[in-house]
Design a binder for this molecule. Structure first.
Ligand SMILES: Nc1ncnc2c1ncn2[C@@H]1O[C@H](COP(=O)(O)OP(=O)(O)OP(=O)(O)O)[C@@H](O)[C@H]1O
Length: 597
């Protein structure tokens, strides 16, 4: 796997370090904006009190008026700057995380799919990264700003009254540190239970969705629905209890804010009584407490949500570990000859170019787990450049496993797979060797030309036209309202299964890879369309090495070798003519597929 800048150091601290100055600036701006909010209320309190005393001249309250305007305006501007700086850093950081994740997962994508069948892996991880951006925006920044305000507030109070500053330091500390810690601790167990209950409910639901038809046929939908409702209710009960917990914590925090305001007012009253400040400042001291303590409450509430971020961090770490471990395992399975020959990638590419798709399987065996039976056992096969081989066999015979071994998605436990004498290795080498035509090629929601260009993004329109003509779709595409610029979504319904396969075939022609793997591309087509598609396939792919998985014996005459697999081994092999001559079973199967014979 390609090394990444932050690899093995986790998904949180390295990014925090990288954007330290940006986050510090955002936190300072955050603290400044809270400070402005405090100053705004402080001067407003004074202004209201002085105005209530009906000053003889407006100039007597001129300074507080100007200050109120200044702080009000500054608060809005600074808050905007804080959002700008914080979000800019968080979004840059998230984009780096996505690149890192993509680099970790992409080279293993084919292997992950064939080994784990986890198609939703990327979707899940992308959501986790989305979640992680909130760590910085909703947890780190508010917490840092609150800490700065806490320190500044205590210093300011200490300048006026050391004892009271100490009391407020304890009070604010309780609000900022102790109360969130208690809330977090009391909700941890409930959060765990909630996650378990919810995941059980999801499991039951997905299970039921996949087996919906069986549930309906066996008349057990009622049973499923009541079990699912019960499960859902249990999860909802835990969630409600969590919400109640949050509500209680919030209520307690607001009471503490109230208590703080009363304490400040009483203390300021004492200062007035001592004649240290004028009575007009009393409201100011009460009001300034609101935004400051509110910042502590918000930071504390963000801390309570920390376990959610922890889950995302853990999942990202685990998945990165899994993909690297799997890559390491498959790399370790590479034949020693790989290293001994010391073949550089450039040499291998040159060798392959000159020998094209000369495929050799030497005693290849593979099993998915040491405890499992061999899925492929002792298969040897040589397909020279331009050779055509059909793979047949019952479901579970090992055809797909063999195809995955051929294209390097799986590494053999025993034996070797080479193309042009170079072992098929992991790390993307297969992508320049093999083109695949499977049962359901996907047509993207873009133009017809772009869909075909997927085979080679830099292909010109003339090249796209040429391959489209070759696969027999030229007239059809020209008859579309906007020709090659017609969007697939609009025309999706107009493309039959056979036409979709022809579009995929055109992609393959643009790719121009030496080996083409046909994984039952004609499944589900009517016999006439199947026959026509096969004719086109063999015509346009002439000269390429073909490996064709099929369940039909139609087209076997085009093949150089027909291989029947059974329980991972080859049970019958030879050309169509040889098999027809020597194997009654083959003749029988062939006649079943061709009733007219
Ligand atoms: N990801 C996997 N993990 C464990 N065992 C697997 C996995 N994929 C396939 N197998 C097992 O390997 C054996 C060969 O399966 P494979 O999919 O290669 O057969 P196949 O001939 O392609 O079948 P089909 O025609 O149904 O696709 C089967 O016993 C199957 O259960």
């Amino acid at each position: 796997m390609r090394a990444t800048d932050n690899n093995s150091q986790g998904w949180f601290l390295p990014y925090l370090k990288q954007y330290f100055w940006a986050f510090l600036a955002a936190a300072l701006l955050g603290a400044l904006s809270i400070g402005c909010a405090g100053a705004l209320l402080f001067t407003s309190g004074h202004l209201i009190t002085r105005s209530a005393l009906k000053p003889e001249n407006i100039l007597m309250v001129y300074v507080p008026i100007v200050l109120v305007r200044t702080f009000g305006f500054s608060k809005a501007v600074i808050q905007y700057l804080e959002l700008l700086v914080g979000h800019d850093a968080a979004l840059r950081l998230v984009s780096r995380m996505r690149v890192r994740l993509y680099r970790a997962v992409e080279p293993q994508a084919l292997m992950i799919r064939s080994k784990f069948r986890t198609g939703d892996l990327l979707g899940l991880l992308a959501e986790d990264i989305e979640q992680l951006q909130n760590i910085y925006l909703k947890l780190v920044l508010p917490a840092l700003s609150a800490l700065l305000i806490y320190a500044a507030g205590i210093l300011a109070l200490g300048w006026m009254d050391g004892t009271f500053a100490l009391l407020m330091a304890l009070y604010g500390g309780f609000l900022l540190f102790i109360a969130p810690a208690i809330s977090l601790w009391t909700s941890l167990a409930k959060r765990r239970t909630f996650k378990q209950e919810r995941s059980k409910a999801y499991q039951e639901l997905t299970d039921a969705l996949f087996g919906m038809s069986d549930l309906v046929l066996s008349g057990r939908t009622g049973h499923f629905l009541s079990a699912f409702t019960q499960q859902h209710k249990r999860a909802a009960m835990v969630e409600n209890s969590l919400r109640r917990n949050e509500w209680r914590s919030h209520w307690l925090a607001q009471c503490l804010v109230g208590g703080g305001i009363v304490t400040m007012t009483v203390w300021a009253g004492g200062l007035v009584a001592q004649g240290r400040i004028e009575a007009t400042w009393l409201a100011s001291f009460a009001l300034v407490t609101f935004p400051l303590l509110d910042a502590f409450v918000r930071a504390g509430e963000a801390v309570v949500h920390a376990p959610e971020y922890q889950d995302s961090l853990r999942r990202l770490k685990d998945s990165e570990k899994d993909t690297s471990a799997f890559a390491a395992r498959t790399d370790a399975k590479q034949p020693a000859a790989d290293d001994a020959a010391d073949t550089t990638k450039e040499q291998a590419a040159a060798q392959r170019l000159s020998h094209g798709g000369n495929l050799l399987l030497n005693n290849v065996s593979y099993r998915y787990a040491a405890t499992q039976d061999w899925s492929v056992r002792n298969i040897s096969l040589h397909v020279p450049q331009g050779g055509k081989v059909a793979l047949l066999g019952r479901s579970g015979a090992g055809k797909s496993t063999l195809l995955n071994l051929i294209q390097g998605a799986l590494q053999p436990d025993e034996g070797s797979v080479t193309v042009a004498g170079v072992p098929v290795s992991t790390g993307g080498a297969y992508s320049s060797l093999f083109a695949v035509l499977n049962q359901q090629p996907y047509l993207f929601d873009t133009t017809v030309a772009n869909n075909i260009r997927l085979g080679r993004p830099d292909a010109t329109l003339d090249e796209v036209r040429a391959v489209t003509e070759q696969v027999g779709l030229g007239t059809l595409i020209d008859s579309l309202p906007e020709g090659y610029d017609t969007r697939m979504q609009e025309t999706g319904l107009r493309f039959s299964g056979g036409e979709r396969q022809r579009i995929a075939l055109a992609r393959i022609l643009l790719q121009n890879h030496p080996i083409v793997l046909l994984d039952e591309p004609t499944v589900g087509l009517d016999p006439l369309t199947e026959h026509e598609l096969m004719q086109t396939m063999f015509r346009v792919l002439e000269g390429k090495t073909l490996i064709w998985i099929t369940h039909h014996l139609t087209g076997m005459k085009h093949m150089d070798e027909v291989i029947f697999m059974e329980q991972g081994t080859i049970s019958m092999r030879g050309s169509h003519d040889e098999l027809w001559r020597e194997h009654t079973r083959y003749r029988h199967l062939y006649k079943l597929d061709h009733p007219s014979l």
